[in-house]
Write a protein that binds this ligand. Sequence first.
Ligand code: SF4
Length: 359
Amino acid sequence: MTQLTFDGAIENGPANPRELTEESAAGAKISWYKGRVLSHSSIVLYRTCPQKWKFRYVDKIPEKPRSYFSFGKSVHAGLEFLFANIVGGVPTLEELLANFRAGWLREGYESPQQEKWFFQEGERIMRGFYAKHRADLKNVFQVEFKFTIDIDGIPVTGFIDRIDTTPSGNLALLDYKTGKGFDKVRVRQEPQLTLYQIAAKKLLGKEVETVGLYHLNTLTAHVVPAHGPAQEEEVKAVILQAAQGINDQKFEPKPEPAGYCQWCDYGQICPAFTGREALRRADSNVPDSLGELADRLGRLDAKLQELLKERRAVEKTLKGHIEDKKAPQVEGKHFSVFHRKEEGSEESYLESKPKGDPD
Ligand code: SF4
């Protein structure tokens, strides 16, 4: 499982790293960075937008839950259960599914329909993975292997989803991914795997033979030979560069208004969007360009379709209830819902009205 977000003070480290900008009693300058630990995801975030890194890790302003995080975590927890229990014999499919259902994370979904779709997709993955792999799990050596290593004085942490032993006694690393598909080109270049490779070699004292990403939605493993020494050096250099930027408190925003900024939860408070731009973001009626308007319209249409779909499903259930009970209306806490018929039409529909509103 990808370690989604992790960055904080090391155990027994200082509670508030910002205090470390001050001079120590002895007058020596203490590094602001000291006592912090980085992860692959926090390094990627810092490189994408240092300001966002600060909002998340220094100011600790929480972001909205997201469906893809909940889904990914739920599926990973399901697989973890499978791997953790193979020592005493592979669990049954029923046990696997029961564990998946019990551990399902519900936050971040935009509608019950969306959650239902993801839940069914998760069950499909569990069934498919079990059918395909239950007989080939005997080489699993470690799952959810948590590491913290030192890279030139920078503590870096992470979780390796799965480490197998190869026939020659070396290691094969695998990270599970959900979502969009990918190919071996990405696996050959993926810095997360290079970091995992460095950590596994360092801590387990064995050679890494292969690294891979497993695409759960298609139950496909993309495995390549271990990354080379040049890639390892490159990843170390990137980590040191990010750590240096953080240490120097370089937290400038890197705005991409037509890109990732659109999904950034900190848009309203981001210094990159002040004045007219902040107003535009607060009241999205002030457009900036035709291209942005086109994108916004597309997103609104997609949202609208989803809402209409959800409305149709709710209306169907409610209609059945009203017809069964022959009730003229249904009372909610905030709304009343009525049965309506167009004049001269056999078609009926439901209409809602906020409570207390005059007709
Ligand atoms: S809105 Fe854009 S520039 Fe500002 S913090 Fe978010 S990602 Fe960075």
